[in-house]
Design a protein around this ligand. Structure first.
Ligand code: ISE
Length: 340
């Protein structure tokens, strides 16, 4: 490819909340890339989002967007069940991809994507595990890597959303939200997750009927660490994502959100973000810029298909643990050489 010197022309698949935000980001924030095409099953939505960018074409079929003039990379932000088909089309055309999480909704489909990438013989897909690009998580990872605190023993996570979107189910707390902590665990600690237990208190009175919210998810890892995740998606007061690592010689915590503390009228305090686009704007920007830069160099530097597959396997085990109770082991296939 001769992309190093030229602007990357990106097809964005999915023009919902994340897709539209990525179109804005590529258009206004990112250097070295432009949005050439947008696809969405809703033709009007595709047209409305494409109309914000000069020269951008609108489509309802992802394959047509990928085949549009000049397109040389794909950003997939459609709902999870549509990812496999879009990924396989992109890989068929040897197009580099940034795919929002989940890679695919289950391990079997993730393995099909893995097989297609292996047939190409080189990594082409980055998965949107954007916690890895957040400034605080990056500092935490760098600190752990110095070894100053000793070996990580436990990781405590809190993940709270103001309210669950319409149509949410108990499984979505795991598949849509805890999925991030699965990746954070694997990336921060460098361990694979080997077993999952999910506990749930009597649901909050603010949870929609039938949704088990909050949940308390516990991972065991192959490095001997224990990880817990409080997931609470109808907490009502704000969007909070926190992580604290407990090591042999100290602890380190991120996500307290103390960017500014005010003192006034006999009180002190700060502001809590209300959603992930607000809380993680910088991380999304850094993720997409890093993907564009790597793609123009012909490289993939971020989390990939192996990470997407491993997380899908942990999700599957977690949903079983939620439904059946008890401890559910996670079984992974052997890691192919391409992902060593
Ligand atoms: C959403 O899809 C995200 O990816 C957010 O990062 C997460 O915090 C939220 O719970 C999910 O619904």
């Amino acid at each position: 490819m001769t992309q190093r010197s030229r602007t990357l022309s990106v097809a964005v698949i999915g023009a919902g909340k994340m897709g539209a935000d990525h179109v804005r980001r590529i258009d206004e924030v990112i250097s070295g890339a432009r949005v050439a095409a947008v696809a969405d099953v809703d033709a009007e939505r595709a047209k409305a989002v494409a109309a914000r960018v000069d020269g951008c074409t609108a489509h309802t079929d992802p394959a047509a967007a990928m085949a549009a003039a000049d397109v040389d990379a794909v950003l997939i932000a459609s709902p999870g069940p549509a990812h496999e088909a879009a990924l396989l089309t992109a890989l068929e055309h040897d197009l580099p991809v940034l795919c929002e999480k989940p890679l695919t909704p289950d391990p079997a489909s993730a393995l099909r994507v893995m097989a297609a990438e292996q047939r190409l013989g080189r990594r082409r897909v980055q998965v949107g595990f954007m916690r890895r690009y957040d400034a605080e998580y990056l500092k935490l990872k760098a600190l752990l890597e110095t070894g100053q605190l000793g070996r990580p023993l436990m990781l405590h996570n809190r993940h709270r959303n103001v309210a669950s979107p319409p149509g949410w189910t108990s499984e979505m707390l795991i598949n849509d939200s805890v999925t991030h902590e699965m990746d954070v665990t694997r990336w921060l600690l460098g361990h694979e997750i080997t077993a999952v237990t999910v506990l749930a208190p009597t649901p909050s009175g603010n949870a929609p009927d039938g949704i088990r919210d909050p949940q308390f998810v516990v991972f065991e890892t192959d490095g001997g660490a224990i990880v817990d995740v409080e997931i609470f998606v109808n907490c009502g007061f704000g969007y909070q994502v926190q992580a604290e690592v407990v090591c042999e010689r100290g602890t380190a915590r991120v996500g307290d959100g103390h960017a500014m503390v005010t003192n006034a009228a006999g009180r002190w305090g700060g502001i809590i973000a209300q959603d992930y686009i607000e809380r993680f704007t910088d991380a999304y920007d850094r993720q997409v810029q890093s993907w564009v830069d790597a793609t123009r160099r012909g490289e993939v530097t971020g989390p990939g298909v192996w990470d997407g597959y491993a997380v899908a396997a942990v999700c599957e085990a977690s949903v079983r643990a939620l439904e059946d109770g008890g401890r559910v082991p996670v079984d992974l296939v052997d890691r192919p050489a391409l992902y060593a």
